[in-house]
Design a protein around this ligand. Sequence first.
Ligand SMILES: Cc1cc2nc3c(=O)[nH]c(=O)nc-3n(C[C@H](O)[C@H](O)[C@H](O)COP(=O)(O)O)c2cc1C
Length: 185
Amino acid sequence: MRILTLCGSLRARSSNRAILRAYERVAPAGVVFEHYDRIGALPHFNPDLDDVDAPPEVAALRASLAGADAVVISTPEYAHALPGSFKNALDWLVSDPAFAGKPVAILHAARGSTWALDSLKEVLRTMSARILDAASVLLPLNSNQADEDAILSRDDLRRLLARSVESLTTELGRTKNQEADASGP
Ligand SMILES: Cc1cc2nc3c(=O)[nH]c(=O)nc-3n(C[C@H](O)[C@H](O)[C@H](O)COP(=O)(O)O)c2cc1C
């Protein structure tokens, strides 16, 4: 099982990145993570470039997406919206057929506002992703200083992340079985 994570923050000590790294650490062996970390290197989205051969950075992102069974996202909110660089990355994926139907879990630090979360869900629905509500969690994490170890040292956060991973892997396993049954003997 391969999971691609997308972090909406470019900050070196991003708490959203720490959440995604902590997520990997509570996942069972056999779940392979790729933490995509090149959002800041993507060119500005331009439909003219989308029509022809995609720029190399975009092609690399799309290849990572195509190879993933699911995507897990954690993003901050900037001025009641998604960070521009992260929305730019999503814009590059709008026309990518690999995104349609892709299972997506959202990990969101509840810092008292949900504009970015609502916006993210709306964007993902528009892109025809399959948002896994049962695997998406609101984390009671108020600080943007939290690192991976600090997150994992809290039982409540650890439990929420573990429950999300379990729900995600169960759902992916169920989908794979259905696909195997449908393809027949
Ligand atoms: C430019 C800017 C705008 C922000 N706007 C909001 C906001 O509208 N609502 C909010 O809850 N937090 C806002 N924040 C706080 C960030 O969401 C918070 O610092 C978060 O931890 C950043 O994520 P990171 O730790 O992954 O970098 C803003 C931060 C910055 C730098």
